[in-house]
Ligand binder design. Structure first.
Ligand code: GCB
Length: 592
């Protein structure tokens, strides 16, 4: 699915702004044919949760309604009109003038629908019924409790279950013959690159023309044969992005352009080889973060200014990469990552696949028993892998797919569940990106059932926090022991940290190694680096987390998860400066 852009043949209308909103009373039935009764104002895109003040509604589980009046310019009468949602968390039912026109499950991937002209009126009513419910069939995976007394979602994951229309809603037009999709396939041989895009077109046309432009918009190549050879390729590289533009033109008998679309793309190679991750043939060391889409007031709402600041903070520190924990981020974010030269591990929302997981160890909230007998998310998992790869296939920044996070990889059935999904990701991706699944500490080198299926062993480890809390000497010993066991078992696979970190309260200081202080966070990372810096097969360090983020409140989560290097408002903790020193003092950016 193409990202919606304005071109000389396409009009783009952004429906961001204020919408009418209703959080129904218990038992209230909403009639999609009538205006929402007693609606309030809600901004789109954004989560609804932190735009309202009623505490009991903040983590409301159930259906919520959005409504917008949609006027369609007459000038677009002859065009196809497509309504596109960047994401709606988690299930969306879209009504156009009272009629259900599309339904989508999954809160982090786009979907669209061509509007039926027969339904159009002068004043069109657009309603979206959004469900915030997650359960054992959805991703993220959760426990859904519904009885006479209450309805709630118990997350089997450690972030707030924000809900709403999180990404832009756009109406775009295309001609009746239109470019449906473009896969910018290419093959690098030395300095030259054969570019052979796969273009899907619906409708009648005579000819397909391709034009290649450089960053200064100078036309480099032009063809109607479907293939171009670019000499002296300027490669996209970490923190040194270079993007070409591929302009696709569909022409009619008279040589007139019927439809056109321009896709920016970068050219790079990568490979996991001899314990290394090579980008453009050079060893790449992942230094950066696991992140979240999480901002005050916006919740998980798309905001390009906030993204821009995060990318600039990452570059300020010398970070070269990130993981989109624990779900696909907005397309606007991915486009900025391409532009910033930030390498991305792209993750599906395959989180919560551990039935008894609870960041609050005082509670066991999931069902007891084997996860793989409880979860029913396989079909949705397949679907979201397809949707993500289809969406992000052309991004130069994406170099690995994470098809899950911390599943119960040690319980029988994990392999039967994940092997087909890993194979699916490999089959679908033209670019053969490596596939990973960040591992949870419970799945040890002896009990884990998945590591031989993935390309890089990715560890989420908290020695010095959940284990050896406050004892960094013991943490170092245990961390080293564990990594060496993984190495012994899988001598051909590189290893990296996809998570490690400690909760830290900004302003809490001590001369002693006291957990939660800024000094402890600095010393924790110093200790971890002492271990991993000795290991030649260790290919990266992704700190958990870039910034503090919202969670449900409980004894270990006071005002959210505080493992950020920055606060939720993006103020640096002491560790930001130590990491900046480490990451900017390497020989050259990104290379250890
Ligand atoms: C993890 C999870 C992450 C949590 C983190 C923590 O292993 O992958 O979602 O937020 O630990 O802080 O406990």
């Amino acid at each position: 699915m193409l990202f919606p852009i304005q071109t000389t043949t396409r009009t783009l209308i952004d429906l961001s702004g204020t919408w009418d909103f209703l959080l129904p009373e218990k038992g209230q039935v909403v009639d999609p044919n009538k205006k929402l009764p007693n609606s309030i104002t809600m901004a789109v895109p954004a989560s609804f949760n932190d735009q309202i003040t009623e505490s009991k509604l903040r983590d409301y589980a159930g259906d919520i309604w959005y409504e917008k009046n949609l006027l369609i310019p007459q000038t677009l009468e002859d065009q196809r009109l497509v309504l596109r949602f960047g994401s709606v968390s988690h299930t969306a039912k879209v009504y156009f003038n009272g009629k259900l026109i599309v339904e989508h499950i999954g809160g982090f991937t786009p979907f669209e629908i061509e509007l039926d002209k027969a339904l159009m009126q002068e004043n069109n009513d657009l309603k979206v019924c959004v469900s915030s419910i997650l359960d054992s069939s959805t991703l993220p995976n959760a426990v859904h409790i519904k009885n006479e007394k209450e309805e709630k979602v118990l997350p089997l994951f450690d972030f707030f279950n924000y809900s709403g229309i999180h990404r832009p809603v756009k109406l775009y037009s295309t001609p009746q013959t239109y470019i449906e999709d473009i896969i910018v396939k290419y093959n690098v041989e030395g300095k030259s690159t054969i570019i052979e895009p796969e273009v899907s077109i619906t409708g009648d046309y005579k000819e397909l023309e391709l034009e290649l432009f450089d960053e200064e918009d100078a036309l480099l190549l032009q063809t109607t044969s479907g293939q171009m050879t670019l000499e002296n390729t300027r490669f996209w590289a970490p923190l040194d992005a270079y993007l070409y533009k591929l302009k696709v033109k569909v022409k009619d008998e008279q040589g007139k352009t019927i439809d056109t679309y321009t896709e920016e793309f970068g050219i790079r190679t990568f490979k996991v080889e001899n314990d290394q991750f090579l980008i453009n043939g050079k060893p790449f060391y992942f230094q950066g973060f696991g992140k979240h889409e999480d901002f005050p007031v916006l919740g998980k709402g798309m905001n390009e200014a906030a993204y821009n600041y995060d990318f600039n903070l990452m570059k300020w520190m010398g970070a070269n990469s990130l993981r989109t924990a624990h779900y696909p981020y907005a397309e606007e974010f991915m486009r900025m990552a391409d532009r910033a030269g930030i390498v991305v591990i792209d993750e599906v929302p395959g989180v919560g696949l551990f039935s008894r997981f609870n960041p609050d160890v005082t509670k066991n909230q999931g069902a007891a028993g084997n996860t793989w007998e409880i979860v029913k998310s396989f079909d949705n998992h397949k679907k979201v892998i397809q949707e993500l790869i289809e969406r992000d296939k052309n991004h130069a920044c994406v170099v690995m797919w994470a098809v899950g996070n911390e599943p119960a990889a040690h319980q029988d059935g994990a392999r039967e569940y994940f092997e087909p999904l890993i194979n699916l990701a490999r089959e679908l991706d033209w670019n053969d990106r490596p596939v990973i699944i960040p591992n949870i500490v419970n799945a040890t080198p002896d009990t884990d059932l998945l590591a031989d299926l993935v390309d890089v062993i990715c560890l989420n480890r908290y020695y010095g926090w959940y284990i050896d809390h406050g004892d960094l000497d013991a943490a170092k010993v245990h961390l080293k022991e564990e990594i060496e066991k993984w190495r012994e078992k899988y001598p051909d696979k590189p290893i990296m940290f996809t998570e490690f970190g400690v909760d830290t309260i900004q302003g809490l200081r001590s001369i002693h190694d006291i957990p939660y202080t800024e000094e402890y966070q600095v010393n924790f990372f110093k200790a971890q680096f002492e271990v991993i810096d000795q290991l030649p097969y260790f290919i990266g360090e992704h700190i958990w987390n870039f910034a503090d983020f919202e969670t449900l409140p409980f004894i270990r989560r006071i005002d959210g998860n505080k493992k950020g290097v920055f606060t939720r408002e993006r103020k640096p903790k002491m560790i930001a400066h130590s990491l900046k020193d480490r990451w900017t003092s390497t020989d050259y950016f990104g290379m250890k």
